[in-house]
Write a protein that binds this ligand. Structure first.
Ligand SMILES: [Zn+2]
Length: 387
């Protein structure tokens, strides 16, 4: 990452933000142009954003740009690799759009990668500079998954910065996927992370640290496997989505009867153990998803302890919304705005790093490495400019 790259990206964003989103005119109701702002004025970069939902529908990238407006600098861009089957035998004429709305299986919908790449390519260079598209349409239990990722990069050179969000263990979801269940010990996953380490693709991985309804006081069931996995790929940049938590996969407690002020104690030790481990320095956490937010903001005490941990390790946490296919800005900004009690407890340095700085450091490095790797393969986007 050279200084020149960083400045050109900043300048592109500053110009873009100052110019107001041109796409807004198409479908947006009449509105005044947003005031010109400097790049430094935006609130955050979004490290975890789904443009489309479980049936591959969602927000157009131009509408998303309009929603981002002047409050968001940059964003990751991915869909959801899993498609919910509409099985007539299961739900009849009811068309499910979420995995909890049907008993029918989910399957990997690889076309999502082409869809995301084409959406990105439809934008102007200045607009593209605000996005980091991610490859998701692979089955992490398939030894051919890495071949798919290579094929996507070769077909769309100059586009992708990372892979993910893809899931290994995810409550309610993993068991619904057709075919072999994904596992942290599957060599297919090692070949995916090896490619990420070689090419520079930033990895955004969802892996519940524990099973739902785990016994209090027990070590999270997937913790050791996860640490072993990422230790085998220390040249990869890895973001562990949601700090390993889920809707019902809770922060582990010291005991079932622990008072509320101590209920997150063990989970903090788990996270701090990773942060303090020199062999895991390439692993960061995102604090995305309103379901994760509910743990952090559960009480003033949990918020303060979370802030203390982030303040101690400000380079290791990223904000992300994890919003799926937002209909409007109210839906999109809800997660960021609800985190206000946390933001106010962070040091100024930590607040800037978590909301923007860490994103720009990791994804700028990813862009530079992947572009160089693509060039080394002889895959160069036609008419590409160094972004
Ligand atoms: Zn997500």
């Amino acid at each position: 990452m050279t200084r020149r790259h960083r400045w050109s990206a900043r300048r592109a964003l500053a110009l873009l933000v100052a110019a107001a989103p041109p796409a807004a005119a198409q479908s947006a109701p009449q509105r005044a142009a947003p005031p010109a702002v400097r790049a430094a004025d935006y609130d955050f970069d979004d490290s975890h954003f789904h443009l489309t939902n479980y049936v591959q529908e969602g927000t157009s990238v131009r509408d998303y740009l309009r929603i981002m407006g002047t409050r968001v600098g940059r964003s990751t861009l991915f869909g959801i690799p899993l498609q919910q089957t509409w099985a007539y035998a299961n739900s009849g004429s009811y068309a499910p759009t979420y995995y909890l709305q049907s008993d029918a299986p989910l399957y990997y919908y690889s076309f999502t990668d082409a869809f995301i790449a084409m959406a990105y390519r439809s934008l102007s260079p200045e607009q593209r500079a605000r996005f980091d598209p991610m490859i998701t349409g692979f089955n992490p239990a398939d030894m051919y998954a890495a071949a798919h990722i290579r094929r996507v990069l070769r077909t769309f050179p100059g586009v992708f910065t990372g892979i993910g969000e893809f899931s290994i263990h995810k409550e309610f979801v993993s068991a619904k996927i057709a075919g072999e269940v994904a596992s942290l010990t599957n060599p297919a996953l090692d070949s995916i992370l090896a490619l990420a380490g070689e090419s520079g693709l930033v990895v955004l991985i969802h892996n519940d640290v524990d099973m739902p309804f785990a016994k209090a006081g027990a070590e999270p069931v997937y913790l050791t496997q996860m640490k072993d996995l990422v230790r085998r790929h220390r040249n990869a940049t890895i973001i562990w989505a949601h700090m390993g938590l889920g809707r019902i996969v809770q922060p582990v407690r010291s005991s079932a009867s622990a008072p509320a002020t101590e209920r997150n104690l063990n989970f903090e030790l788990v996270v701090q153990g990773i942060l303090a481990d020199p062999t895991l320095g390439h692993v960061s956490f995102d604090i995305s998803w309103d379901e994760v937010q509910k743990y952090i903001l559960a009480t003033p005490e949990t918020t303060r302890r979370s802030a203390d941990m982030i303040n101690r390790y400000p380079d290791r946490f990223l904000f992300g919304s994890d919003v799926v296919a937002p209909r409007d800005s109210a839906m999109y900004f809800a997660v960021y705005d609800a985190y206000r009690p946390l933001w106010t407890l962070l040091t100024p340095d930590a607040r800037v790093k978590v909301s923007r700085g860490n994103y720009e450091r990791l994804f700028d490095a990813g862009r530079t490495r992947v572009r160089a790797w693509e060039r080394a393969q002889g895959w160069v986007a036609q008419g590409s400019t160094d972004r």
